[in-house]
Design a protein around this ligand. Sequence first.
Ligand code: NDP
Ligand code: MG
Length: 406
Amino acid sequence: MDKAIAVENITVLGATGSIGVSTLDVCARHPERYRLFALTANSSVVELAAQVAQHKPRYAVLRDPQAAAQLVTLLKEQGLHDTEVLSGDEGLNAVASHVEVDTVMAAIVGAAGLAPTMVAVESGKKVLLANKEALVMAGGLFMEAVKKSGSVLLPIDSEHNAIFQCMPSQSQQGQGSHPLAASGIRKILLTGSGGPFRQTPLEQLATVTPDQACAHPNWSMGRKISVDSATMMNKGLEFIEACWLFNAQPEDIEIVIHPQSIIHSMVEYVDGSVLAQLGNPDMRTPIAHALAWPERIASGVASLDIITTATLDFEAPDYQRFPCLELAVQAVKTGKTAMVVLNAANEVAVEAFLNQQIRFTDIPVIIRSVLASAQLVEPSTLAVVQLADQQARDLAQQQVANRACA
Ligand code: NDP
Ligand code: MG
């Protein structure tokens, strides 16, 4: 007789985003395993209403109270009476910690994801972490909270999910505190495609448009992470994320450019073995992996055609072309709140670029300048982290204003 599987109640923070939509797709393939208990967004009323109609969650949360009021009206008009609408930070925190929730997909973009993701961790939920900014800003506090609550943390970022898959079980279960050397691991090879501007002549970078920056050659993603991929700040944030997730030092991680995005990262062992995880570039694979771990479930991703793929290329990163990468690696080495400042300045600069207030090449200039002027302190509490985040945002906004006027 088949073993009965208890249905897992899932909260999806950031349900209307790129990761959120992929998560709903995977969950809907396995209704016997997963129930979408709560879906959240910031202000996308129509998109969230459509998801409510399809998945019938117990709760729908919009952070923006006005949007939440509109959602109440819309659901009433559509006869969807079984979903309760919540709003604000309280609404997000309530569904991240609800006693009936087993698993939280943390897929809000940017610093806004930190607080509700921390609430999920502190409530001891299984947390599927896409929101890398939470770890970049508060990695020490975050990993401490994971240990304290006994929460299970599984990486969704494709590279970190790949590294996790290439690690032995004692490292997988070590929750970021098992030493790499104790598992015989020599180094982590963190791969990145190099984004849309890997070969663009350097002098053209000053005039690239937001749409060009968001046209990633291999992955379809939200606009913020797409710009991060174009500057390679995304790889820098991932470098920091990997340090926290795998108890690694900066010198344990090598960044490798792999333009095809077929290998999603590798782990090298002391005997010379290098294990890699391969697959089509589709986030439903790491999402399905983390949802079912340690089991495996279908994700809807097509089989990898290795013959058509044929060639896998690798090259060293070009720090002159991608100054954001160097700024991120340097921020880990600097420590204190340097990573908070880096992240905040990046978020402000990327938004300004997307709004066409600054040039693409202004992004690293602004981040460097904010890092040089910000006062760095020990990130000892979440309140300290949030204050450093706000101060860095203010500094970055001034830089944006100066450049926008120039
Ligand atoms: P999107 O921009 O596509 O989606 C963001 C989601 O977060 C939306 O549901 C949005 O709601 C919600 N949101 C935005 N701001 C707030 C806020 N202030 N409060 C509450 N909710 C908010 O992002 P992605 O799905 O691309 O990325 C999500 C996270 O996953 C990021 O941290 C990213 O780095 C990470 N990631 C993404 C990958 C990808 O392939 N996309 C790959 C690896 C990691 P609304 O629709 O209302 O704006
Ligand atoms: Mg990634």
